[in-house]
Design a protein around this ligand. Structure first.
Ligand code: AMP
Length: 283
């Protein structure tokens, strides 16, 4: 595995690989790697010749009051995990390598980046779209892999790639969960024992929604109310939002007459967690 810090070095390496007609798979991450990230890398290894992983805690996607400084980091542990997953190139740029002095350019995806998590985290998806666009230009992947756990992120990236004619296939892969259903996240490491136990209510509420829709419920407001009941039973958990939305436009769906994403964000103490499921109503 090549561990590379400089853009020029990674570009040169990729050029050589492309000259050899190798296909490049790319998994961008912020590190503190877990089974969710590793599932993307293992999948990339199966479907592309060369797997590139980036680890970069991207300052532009964090708000001024968010957890950029506290975000968990473990570069040595991450290197070992990448090696084990068969990663070929690990790209770990510094912030000044990515955003040198005088940097002024950002990618702004409209509308779909302003709802759900975008409404709670102003500017978040502008930071995400910008870093992913930059990394795509550096790594030039044939395929890039994202987790469904960050569903809105995957939708925003797909929109950006299509709108800006980026020559890359984007795939969103299933959410990897703990045995009690909690979506694995680097931020789960912030939770105390009691908070971690309470966090099981996120997936419970999503399963309940799935179950109700399976039984024929089409009224989004009723489903959201039932989800609120489950989550509000946990005193440590505060709802940021619950949304039932079209899977592509992310517009609110009031009557569930098509495939929808049910997405939520909650606060557990100082930790903000997100999760979602995609549900197809029975005909
Ligand atoms: P992050 O390091 O949080 O920026 O995540 C890097 C990539 O891993 C993103 O595409 C995430 O959606 C994906 N990811 C994070 N957690 C999971 C999970 N539990 N299951 C599947 N993919 C995940």
């Amino acid at each position: 595995m090549q561990v590379i810090e400089k853009i020029k070095d990674v570009s040169n390496f990729i050029k050589e690989l492309k000259a050899q007609k190798k296909t490049v798979g790319f998994v961008p991450t912020m590190g503190f790697l877990h089974e969710g990230h590793l599932s993307l890398m293992r999948y990339a290894k199966k479907v592309t010749d060369v797997v590139v992983v980036s680890i970069f805690v991207n300052p532009t996607q964090f708000g001024p009051k968010e957890d950029f400084n506290a975000y968990p980091r473990d570069m040595e542990g991450d290197k070992g995990k990448c090696l084990e997953a068969g990663v070929d190139i690990l790209f770990i740029p510094s912030a000044s390598e990515i955003y040198p002095e005088g940097y002024l350019t950002y990618v702004n995806v409209e509308k779909i980046a302003d709802v759900m998590c975008g409404a709670s985290r102003a500017g978040h998806f502008k930071g995400v779209a910008t870093i992913v666009a930059k990394l795509f230009n550096i790594v030039k992947p044939d395929k890039a892999f994202f987790g469904q756990k960050d569903y809105q992120q995957a939708v925003v990236i797909k929109r950006m790639a299509a709108d800006l004619n980026m020559d890359v296939d984007i795939e969103a892969l299933p959410t990897v969960r703990e045995p009690d259903g909690l979506a694995i996240s680097s931020r789960n490491s912030y939770l105390s024992g009691a908070e971690r136990a309470a966090a099981a209510c996120l997936y419970m509420s999503l399963k309940l929604a799935e179950d109700r829709i399976g039984k024929g419920e089409k009224n989004s407001a009723k489903i959201i109310e039932a989800m609120q009941h489950i989550i509000q039973a946990e005193k440590l958990v505060k709802i940021d939002y619950i949304a039932i939305a079209d899977t592509e436009t992310l517009e609110e769906v009031k009557t569930i007459d098509r495939k929808v994403v049910i997405a939520l964000a909650v606060w557990i103490g100082k930790t903000r967690l997100i999760d979602n499921v995609i549900v197809n109503p029975s005909p």
